[in-house]
Design a protein around this ligand. Sequence first.
Ligand code: XMP
Length: 554
Amino acid sequence: MSLSDDLEVGTYLEVAEATEAGHDERPDSRFEARRPANGSEATRDAVAVIDFGSQYSQLIARRVREHHVYCELIPHDAPRARLDAIQPRGFILSGGPASVYAEDAPLIPQSVLDSGKPILGICYGMQALAYQLGGEVEPSSRREYGPAVVHVSEPAAAIFHDLPGEFGVWMSHGDVVRRLPPNFRSAAISDNSPAAAMWNGNGLIGLQFHPEVVHTSYGSQLIGNFLKDVCGCTGNWTTASFVEETIEAIRREVGSGRVICALSGGVDSAVVAVLVHRAIGEQLTCIFVDNGLLRAGEPRRVVDTFEQHLGMHLVHVDAADSFLGRLAGVTDPEEKRRIVGDEFIRIFAQEARKLGHIDFLAQGTLYPDVIESTSHDTASAASRIKTHHNVGLPENLPFRLIEPLRYLFKDEVREVGAALNLPEEIVWRHPFPGPGLSIRVLGEVTEARLETLRAADAIVMDEVRAAGLYRQLWQSFAVLTPVRTVGVMGDFRTYGNVVAVRMVSSQDAMTADWARVPYEMLRPLSSRIVNEVPDVNRVVYDITSKPPGTIEWE
Ligand code: XMP
């Protein structure tokens, strides 16, 4: 996420269009060039997850990371150098939609099979392993989808250490392994699969079910057993080791160069800035473009945190007037996005030029963006658009990139943020869109309407925190609608604005559900907004899920 979680609007539309046209090929070519700033690879245990396009591939990577083992998701057809670069102790083969007998079926790289290292094949990964090692796979007479029970027949297999003899799993497959490859035996059975698991008595294992999903009991333990008991990983990839190695790597890479970093108020850019600052101190300058579209109190907090507490060199640009000037009269949401993105890039570049020669731009790209941008999977255009709007500044800026979070998931970034002692409000801040409040003031954005929205939004935040719900919610905010309604206050008729309150739960913003918050919290929230915010006389709660709605109203 380029300028972190928030400021990436500039490319939202361009990327969406490029993706739909099927030619989004952004960062792949820069992949290797960017890796060094992410820690020494020799000192930590790693495994490679070979991606065959399963919807669960990212989940496998997350599960591995939970065991403090570093891993990367690598497309099945990636050049061998990418596998070698992470020096994996073992491989996990993901599931995938293909059938091994299909024309162009994706195969396990020969170098993986020849490596002599442990391999865990999951679903399609198991079928590919069976097929390529001389077994037979065929379509199952009954597709197995959903919960099933497996009975372990080879309790000696290290992957089943300390597991009960039978447990519930999640199946999702059409093909089955009909004949095991030479030297393999069935290690578990289910009603529909005589080989729900296979094992060669050594480091090669196949699981027909999905240990990475929560519906498989002991799923995490199965993965942990593979990592520790089969691959010999020690789980030495911790937040502390990440911080230490990353700081060291940044120091090496930057040398005596100068770095700039755009702060947005969000956790990603904050963590990047602190890591880089710890590595090279004064050689870092942060630029905070206040676009006048942030929530109440946020600009102050950014300045206080980074300049006062952390002692960083911070350029604070109050650009509210120029953003609002360009937004005047604009009501179309996509046009607002384009303007905010454009203006940000213009001002950022202008400020950067004033600093003289700069060698590097540090930014908060996260791993899901990297995966989306480089994978060859079957992700729909829609899903790509959603994650791609965070991919970043234009590529022609004259800086080399430092992306220390390029291999982290969001929750890992929060852990690093906490380890770096960043304030709670930054570490746990809800995602906030790059165009900021401009897309929450529906219709024309004016300073007065922003003020009204900020006041209502601050009350929503207050009440959400008071109810102890902030961390449970994915996002919570107020929207200022262009609707006016009649009300009565005291003896007077009022004709005021309607504020909508949106609170959603979600895992990744791709889908979301409206939050079933207690009525007891909605009541003070509503009465405070109506009483404390001038010109607002009605509050509504949005009970639309995504899809068919979106999280934002514009
Ligand atoms: P929607 O409204 O599409 O939002 O369900 C999904 C997530 O993306 C955020 N969002 C944006 N983030 N630039 C951003 O950086 C944008 O233009 C933008 N539009 C929506 C939204 O807040 C939610 O987290």
